[in-house]
Design a protein around this ligand. Structure first.
Ligand SMILES: Nc1ncnc2c1ncn2[C@@H]1O[C@H](COP(=O)(O)OP(=O)(O)OP(=O)(O)O)[C@@H](O)[C@H]1O
Ligand SMILES: O=P(O)(O)OC[C@H]1O[C@](O)(CO)[C@@H](O)[C@@H]1O
Length: 495
């Protein structure tokens, strides 16, 4: 394993102390003006809930001058574009922008900052005394640490008391040592690590009302009114539910004497920012989620390794990649490795997929110059064997692949087709968690080194500032700002 390999969170805990080798100092960086003029909104969601407000999001008109990804009231993530800013945004998007649940990869909104009437700057210490926490939830993905680091440092810069919540929502529900104050140095030396040093989990408790009550109480006890959730569609659906329930949660906690009336009044307003962290790339309205680019790198690396054996032994390989119900990783992996066949859930094959697969493979083989099938010149009797020797490409396969009738298509079944019809020596490779492991790609780290410069008056408090803008340099001129999103940002920082 390389020196950049991640360690289990427990081993990393000692690293989360103000100290270490990172050249950043505890000196908070100075603010420098940002020079960029355009950004693409990608993998960030921002939401807020004021006690006493209705469950509905505040109508867009009263909201923002900037585009937002807003957690919708239905519980499904919905992408909202403020109508009040239509004239200032160039929309480079398609109808996916309002999709729910499924990815809308091409949704992208461009805006020119020069067009914006208001431009706010983050100012050091402007959120002094506010409580803020960050957690990672759901499947871990490469780049989560870089995001955590960015959140912590911007929060500290703004004067917030910043907390880690360990083990995702479970840590929020359990409280105690799981909610721990972060320092500038505590996120040093993690930017390049895979996984998440603050731990992630799938938490059944948080899906229950009682679990969310406990979680809220733990936040209130620490004075946390700003929450950053880094996770996938499930985690952010949970965040949305939490937001919707916040007023009634406070009410119920007060009734049960678990909080005081003063606490209820002081914490009436909860701000939540969601950062979409998942290798699956399955979140509507985002170009690329935190982890996807790295997961693709992992797939391509693995294919490179497998293909050499495929050629050497004239074997067919069936490669199973992750992605849950989203075929993005499988599809892009297949395209970039010239696979002969790919199963993706968005385009299930017909029930007679075996025949289709067979024909596709024969077609792929026939495209080899030595094996053109022409009636006037029939091939030798043993053509399948000869053809098969030519077949040495991987077939991409996704877990949970199904046919159009919803029947599962398993890697074993695919193998059977190849073996029975083409007599090809065939092996299955399951990438499993290798797919989500390892260091983040440079592109994904970079996303959290540059900052967006955006104005919005939607969210009050430090998260609004985080969302806004800021481009910081530590004294050794190392970038330390945060861009609250992921994907194809074009946000050059000033020197
Ligand atoms: N509808 C929901 N209500 C409340 N909490 C939820 C809900 N859906 C998910 N969660 C919480 O979020 C956690 C993570 O969700 P999930 O396992 O779906 O992963 P994810 O965030 O979608 O990430 P990934 O898909 O990358 O694994 C769940 O264990 C649960 O605690
Ligand atoms: O690590 P677990 O709980 O087995 O979950 C794996 C799943 O999580 C993801 O990594 C993210 O949703 C999927 O790609 C994968 O199918």
């Amino acid at each position: 394993m390389g020196s950049h390999e991640g360690k289990p969170p427990s081993l990393l805990k000692p690293l989360l102390q103000p100290s270490d080798s990172d050249t950043d100092t505890d000196q908070i960086p100075r603010q420098t003006p940002s020079s960029h003029s355009e950004f693409h909104l990608n993998a960030t969601l921002q939401t807020t809930c004021k006690e006493g407000s209705s469950e509905q999001p505040v109508p867009a008109k009263r909201r923002s001058r900037s585009p937002l990804l807003q957690l919708g009231v239905s519980g499904l993530p919905t992408c909202l574009l403020s109508p009040s800013c239509d004239d200032t945004f160039e929309k480079d998007t398609d109808s996916n922008i309002n999709c729910s649940g499924q990815r809308g990869n091409s949704s992208r909104i461009k805006m020119s900052l020069h067009d914006l009437p208001v431009r706010r700057k983050m100012t050091q210490g402007s959120c002094k005394g506010k409580g803020m926490a960050v957690l990672t939830s759901g499947g871990d993905s490469q780049g989560m640490n870089a995001a955590v680091r960015a959140v912590v440092r911007v929060g500290i810069y703004l004067g917030c008391k910043v907390y880690f919540i360990r083990e995702g929502y479970q840590g929020m529900v359990d409280g105690g040592d799981n909610i721990q104050e972060a320092s500038w140095g505590s996120v040093s030396g993690i930017i390049h690590k895979g996984g998440t040093v603050i731990g992630s989990a799938r938490c059944k408790d948080f899906t229950t009302r009682e679990g969310r009550l406990k979680g809220a109480k733990n936040l209130l006890d620490k004075g946390i009114t700003n929450l950053v959730v880094i996770g996938g569609d499930g985690s952010l659906t949970g965040a949305n539910l939490f937001r919707q329930e916040w007023p009634s949660i406070l009410e119920e906690l007060l009734k049960q004497d678990r909080i005081t009336a003063e606490q209820k009044a002081n914490f009436a307003h909860l701000n939540i920012v969601g950062m979409v962290g998942s290798i699956d790339n399955d979140f509507c309205g985002t170009d690329m989620t935190i982890g996807t680019d790295s997961a693709l790198h992992r797939i391509i690396d693995c294919i490179d390794a497998i293909v050499s054996t495929a050629y050497s032994h004239q074997r067919t390989f069936i490669l199973e990649v992750m992605g849950r119900n989203c075929g993005y990783l499988a599809l892009v992996g297949a395209l970039t490795s010239e696979a002969d066949f790919v199963f993706v859930p968005e385009d299930p094959p017909p029930v007679d997929w075996q025949k289709k697969l067979y024909l596709a493979l024969v077609g792929a083989l026939a495209s080899e110059a030595d094996f053109v099938f022409i009636p006037e010149w029939p091939p030798e009797k043993d053509w399948p064997a000869k053809l098969c020797r030519k077949l040495s490409q991987a077939i991409k396969y996704l877990p949970r692949a199904i046919d159009r009738d919803g029947n599962p298509v398993t890697a074993e079944q695919v193998k059977q087709v190849v073996v029975e019809n083409l007599q090809q020596d065939t092996r299955i490779t399951v990438l499993g968690h290798v797919n989500a492991g390892g260091s983040p790609s440079a592109v994904q780290i970079k996303e959290f080194l540059v900052t967006a410069n955006e104005t919005s008056d939607v969210v009050i408090g430090p998260l609004k500032q985080l969302w806004h803008d800021g481009c910081f340099h530590s004294q050794n001129r190392k970038l330390a700002g945060v861009r609250f999103s992921d994907g194809n940002q074009a946000c050059p920082s000033s020197p």
